[in-house]
Design a protein around this ligand. Sequence first.
Ligand SMILES: Cc1ncc(COP(=O)(O)O)c(C=O)c1O
Length: 442
Amino acid sequence: MRSTLAPAAAKLALLGGTPVGKVTYPKFPTFTDRAIERAADMLRQGKLFGLGRKHVPEIGEAEGVISRYHGNRHVLATSSGHAALQSALAGLEICCGDEVITTPYTWGASISCILHQNAIPVFVDIERETGLIDPAQIEAAITPRTKAILAVHLFGQPANLKRLRAIADKHKLMLIEDGSQAHGAEIDGTRVGTVGDAAGFSCMGGKVLATTESGYMVTPHERVYWKGAMIGQHMGRSTDEGMPDDLKPYLDSLVYTYRVAPFNAVLLTEQFAKLDAELAERRRHADLLRRHLAGAQYLKLPNYASGVKPSYHLMSFTFDSDAAGISRDTFAAAVQAEGLRAVGYVPSVISDWKRLHWQDYRGPRVNWLSALEAAKVDYRNQALPNARWRVDHALETGFDMVAPNEPMIARMAEIILKVEANVDALRDHERTAGPAAPAVRK
Ligand SMILES: Cc1ncc(COP(=O)(O)O)c(C=O)c1O
């Protein structure tokens, strides 16, 4: 079905015309009365800290719910997504100079979990259309020190788990998934978090599955669960069933303190109860937006194979600046002036970030630089052409459409089509005014 919206040729707001109107989102996340009552009850009862399942049965309840959602994997609820990811690496014993092949185009915590283990991120390029790690580039980056591949399901799009698993198995590497932006995303009927040797998810308040601040690790390996738990939880967890005897001598309170708060444990349980219904709404709205934008020439949504079911944490577009003859930034400025907030989510490729450049680092001391220096890894000026292209051509918008909201979807499309219809005027504007300031997340 093609869009019924007509491109509006009216004058752009950026050039003095009337804006289409602000795209507003319904309140998100929402919590049921039952969730709020249960969370408050944790405080009333004085159940404040999350030592383990025996101490706080609600933690066991949440981990059980999450486990069932992820194919009965072992689950460790944590204080954040970063905590979950670092627990995953620790559980897999990835540390101390081990190389982890990953993406330079993500949120920093996908990488800091590697750095905080004193392991070495090795960046390979991404696919332009989706921004996901390109499996075709991975094998060339494997060295005798490579221990794992860490794939990120960015913006809610599932990475190509079948190919990633096959590469990992062929080279006897571990596969780690960062599902922080992609709870419930699927590829060919397989949910993210059910293929890797371990996965970490964020459940901070802005995510598809939102609490206040929490996360969880999932793994099919019981020992990985216990070793992951030991890095961030102290002896409290050892009172739970099943800790292997040979690990017990190493259990102490030399930990990062990644416990989940009990009120967040009950929020995890309750939020999972409505996750699939919310995902169905996100997907319905995404399909509608795609139909409205079928005639768009310059701003493109990724084309997904039929088995790909993203969770649409953000709506991610790429802008064809060659065809339009203007920069992404000028296009974004025009879209924003009409009422739609849209920026490039990744402001620069992570390999360019100064806190990785031990060679000329002048900032506050950080502990991972010595590991990077020992490995003599030089991140300065890495090529990564697709990641660099996306930094200049991607546009992301929020997409927390979990209640019927067709008018706002229509407005989003109307804005985009109006700006597209006025690209000639924007070309003139850019020629005289110069390109707009970079439209990137600050
Ligand atoms: C891709 C990705 N990985 C990891 C994280 C870290 O999660 P948290 O902020 O809960 O530590 C986030 C979210 O912030 C994320 O978007």
